[in-house]
Each structure stands twice: as C-alpha cells, then as structure tokens.
Design a protein around this ligand. Sequence first.
Ligand code: ATP
Length: 342
Amino acid sequence: MAKLTLHKLCKDYGTGKPAVNDVSLEIRDGGFLALLGPSGCGKTTVLRMIAGFETPSDGSILLGDRVLSDASGAVPPERRNMAMVFQSYALWPHMTVAANVGYPLKVRGISGKRYREKVGEALKAVRLEQYAERRPADLSGGQRQRVALARSLVTDPDVVLLDEPLANLDRHLRQEMEETFREFHARSGATMVYVTHDQAEAMALATDVAVMSEGRLLQVAPPAEIYARPEGRLVGSLIGQGAIINVPAGDGTSRELDWQQLAPLMAQGGTGGATVDVLVRPQDVILGPEGLAATIETVLYEGERYALRLRIEDGQVLRAYSGHLVTPGDRVRVVIGKGWRL
Ligand code: ATP
C-alpha cells in the first residue's frame, strides 16, 4: 500500500554543504511521521523531494513498491497521489470554502454527484460543514487551516505532506488544531509526514518522530521511545525538558543509571579521566533530606507546580519540579533517581 521509503536520500544545492545528507527511513502505511529539527536542518527539503518539487541529488524514494524517484528518473508531482498543506494555507480568496476544497477535484475533471459527495465528506472530516458557503476572509486562522486540510483530503491521497501547518496560529489554537490533526489522521488513514521545529507538537501528534540536524537524520523512534532513550546530546536536548550533566565514565556499560550508580561517580568528581554525558529529566530529580547539596537558582510557576533550575556543588545545572514554593538562593539536597547516558 502506501508505505513510504526514503533510501540514502541526498540533496546538494551546490552551496558547499549538502542540505540533506544520506537520509534513510521508512514510514509505515497510515503512519504519522514528524520531521523535527532546528531551522535550516533540511526538513523542508526532504518534504519537497517526497512531493516531487525537488529532485534528489542521490538516493531513491518509493511508495509501496513503486519507485517515485531514483537515478533513472522521477514521477512528476501530479502523478504521485500526494497532497501538501502549507503554513500559509494558500486558499483562493475569491472562492467559497466549498469551492476551495473541491478545487483539486475540478482540476481532475470530477464533477456532479461525486464532486458534491467528496467535498461534503472532506468538510465533515474537519467539522466545517456549516461554513461551506463562506469565503476564506470570513474565517479564523484555525478554520482556514482546516479548509486547507479538507482540500488536501478530497482526492484521497496516499500521502499528506504538511509543512509547519500550525506555525501561524497562537498557542491556544495550536492545541485545538492538534486535536483536529489527530482526528484527521485517524479518519483519512493517509500516511502523513509533518514538518515542525516544535518538539511538543511533534510528540503530541506523531506515531514516529525523526530528528534531523545539519542534513542528517539522528534518530527515528516513537515519541515515548525517543523521550526515554535519546541517541546523543542533540536529540537529548531537543526532546522534552531536562539537563545534561557530565560525570566520570566509571566502568559500567548500562545506559540507564540510577542513584546507586550515579552517586559514587559524582562523588569522584573531575579527576581527569574519561567522562560521559548523562541526561537527567526534571521529574527524576528528587528534593529531600539527603543527596547532593544544591542551590536553587530560578523558580518558574507553572500552575500545577514550580519548575526549578538548581546548581549542584560542582557547578553543574539540574532541573527539577517542586509542589511547593521555594525561593532562589535556598539550599536544598537532591537525589537523581534516574539518568540516561547519551
Ligand atoms: P526551516 O525550518 O527554517 O524551514 P528546514 O529544516 O526546513 O528549515 P530547508 O529549508 O530544507 O531547512 O533548508 C536546508 C538547507 O538548504 C538550508 O541551509 C537552506 O539554506 C538550503 N536551501 C534550501 N533551499 C535551497 C535552494 N533552493 N537553494 C540553495 N540552498 C537551499
């Protein structure tokens, strides 16, 4: 069916540094992959190569068994059965919502009963049936983005490509739209690739998250997996909250370190031997009567709890949560319940 495979994909714009460098990944049929990474890391270029707007310098793209692009040539965008949703919506201002949604059908010569049915279904999928006769100017930003989503669905695409579709919306609306996206994905059954630089959005929406940096793919995994077991400093710092501390390597090989393993290493301190980076999540830093001496540096009220930044005696920073108010400058003790060696 619509499993999407990228094999050793490269794109070099001739700028001296490849925009996309040897990216291989598989997105299962009906999967929802978020492509996450800092600005300029090559996310949009990957998306545009999947759509067929950009020709890879090397590597191949397959949809099921069908080769869309390889060294011998490429299937043009209009024959890939994909739809793309942009952050700018790209709606026709002079057309009604229904006409905007139905436009891709018109282009394909579909009219009459089938046209009306498909447009009705697509509008229903994004809960905009009541707005069919309005014009885009009379809609909110979130509603406009839902029109763009409905339009992408109307031709039953195998793959929907989304390029930062929520970037123009405020935080409240983004959360509401995340709900719409999840529903939209469940209903359509389409394989989706979603470009974002917002890790919370990627984690909330996708079945798999792919982290990119400087054209390379660093890790692909389901959200819970990438949160618990990030590969390397960059993924560790990009996904979720936490602090990275540096401790003597010791002689253990386990990646998950508990307090029994960490305490002796931290007591040993900087003796000049090999060291390792350890990611510590705030919920694993426990304030109590014993452990490392630390000073609270900042306190941020988050409603349900306080988010703290604290500095331990060797000068390194940890993050933690507290249920009650503490004050910057307070001296506390902390135990690190769990850390992940990067
Ligand atoms: P953003 O989140 O800012 O959109 P991105 O991760 O999507 O970034 P790309 O747009 O894919 O990144 O760009 C990757 C790299 O390729 C960047 O260094 C960019 O400057 C470069 N690049 C993109 N398009 C072109 C082009 N048409 N010609 C030359 N260089 C390009």
